[in-house]
Ligand binder design. Sequence first.
Ligand code: AMP
Length: 420
Amino acid sequence: MLTSRPKGTNDILPGEVSKWHYIETVIREICREYGYTEVRTPVFEHTELFLRGVGDTTDVVEKEMYTFEDKGKRSISLRPEQTACVVRAYVENKLYALPQPVKVFYAGPMFRYANVQAGRYRQFHQFGVEALGSKDPAVDAEVITMAMDFYRRLGLRDLELHINSVGCPGCRPVHREKLQGYLASRVEKLCKLCQSRFDRNPMRILDCKEEICRELNREAPTTTDCLCEACAAHFEQVKKHLDDVGVQYIVDNRLVRGLDYYTNTAFEIMASDIGAQSSIGGGGRYDSLIAQVGGPETPGIGYALGIERIIATMERQGVEFPAEGQLDVFIASLGEKARQEAFKLVHKLRRAGLAAEIDLMGRSLKAQMKFANRFETAYTVILGETEIEKKAAVVRDMTSGEQQEVSLSGVVEYLLEQLA
Ligand code: AMP
């Protein structure tokens, strides 16, 4: 073999792809119900967008971006996430002139040069939504409720929804100062990464997964301790709305999430039956991001859910995926004349809208029947020499085993009727 696939990427093979189709169907269903329409943005953007729009002190931008110079000497990056891209599209296409909020969804591949392990890849897929233009806590609650509905509709169980408020540019400096004050005497004991975060992005120290940092953080001032009146009221409203629609949550004061642009509500959904890579989605409000990307001062909120981790969780929990790709008709033929008829008939059947197949491997009649069985074909049409002479075909119902002789010219109509 010339080469294998790059580390951290996956082939989604024919046997797997039906799971993806199913998830995509549920995505479209739920987005229609919640009023989110699809947006498709480029897979790569100017690097600057992510530096400004995600934050140059985040792990994602600092360490994990696929960045390269193109032939025109521009710095380009494969998107590590899509919120910044959607915001760029919103500003560039002046979607702020439309009735607000603008509610969009996306589903597609993201790229991060991450340390590869189970559930952590370099090309992975996210389904996400963004609601741009409203500061109403009802939008926060709508977005969270929608994510939980989506999981429930897929049949996932044992999920934990963690929510927090990280405050606004008004109350964050208060928290930053208190947190740095608390950590100043402990900074030497923190993990290497958190030591480097102390000046640049101390809030991220709060959700470090290293045991030593967790221990040191136990008594650290949390973002919710420092919320201004407006942020505290916003958080209360979000919780009330969630209570009103029966969405259960855990207030998690350590939850700050990786990206710099979050304000107010931050949330994350974990599958409680797995360990390290248990986050199957997360999101939050980003009221400063749109202005940061060069647009008008506009609030926004969204989430991104990891599709690979959702599929893995569904498999682990034994959730059934609907079957896909079954054949309506297989035409088995014996002899050259019958093969020629089979070739004509399969095209007529396909033009009539049926999923039909013939043998393309020169199999024996017995092997053709076995092949038809393997694909759980609904009907098999058998064309032998006798049938061709009689201008007829034998149609077998593969469930009941019953056989019926049908005139060759009437096979399409007969099958259409049977399969209606
Ligand atoms: P984030 O954009 O980092 O908030 O991630 C949102 C969701 O995307 C996570 O909860 C994961 O389910 C998924 N995700 C993030 N990074 C990866 C990765 N490297 N591989 C697979 N899934 C990921």
